[in-house]
Design a protein around this ligand. Sequence first.
Ligand code: ZN
Length: 171
Amino acid sequence: MKKALIIIDMLNDFVKDDAPLKVPGIEKIIRPIKREIEKAKKNNFPVIYLCDSHDPDDPEFRIYPPHAVKNTGGAKVIAELRPQGSDIIIKKISLSGFYNTKLKEVLDKMEIGGVIITGCITNICVYFTAFEATVRGYGVDVVEDAVAAIKKEDHDCAIRQMKEVLKANII
Ligand code: ZN
């Protein structure tokens, strides 16, 4: 089955030390994500970056501090994981990578049957994108050492939910 590697929100506003949505310890998932990129390229799987890109007055900022405002440095993928060549960047405005985006269209055009999910935040965008992929009939693999959350208990809970409720492959 042809799969796509999905890298969620590895943006300056989630990673840098003074970032508004800094995920503590997120640096440790950079190397595993690089490993997954290499694997994907070897398998000829496309690499898709799903990136928050908000208007300055986005209603989401009532819930979360302002972050990843479009056309700002904070909304850029971190330098260590900068997209290359044929990599695909899909901007999103919400917690699901499928909501008001062209993700499904892109996957279907490339005849992708499954997604390999990496990035942040495990219990938020990773979780809701995994859910939306599952209900649309895609296989879902979640790379456990390549996703991160703000709190360990939230990470563990989301991994368990994806495994037991969504029947995702936790790899
Ligand atoms: Zn956001």
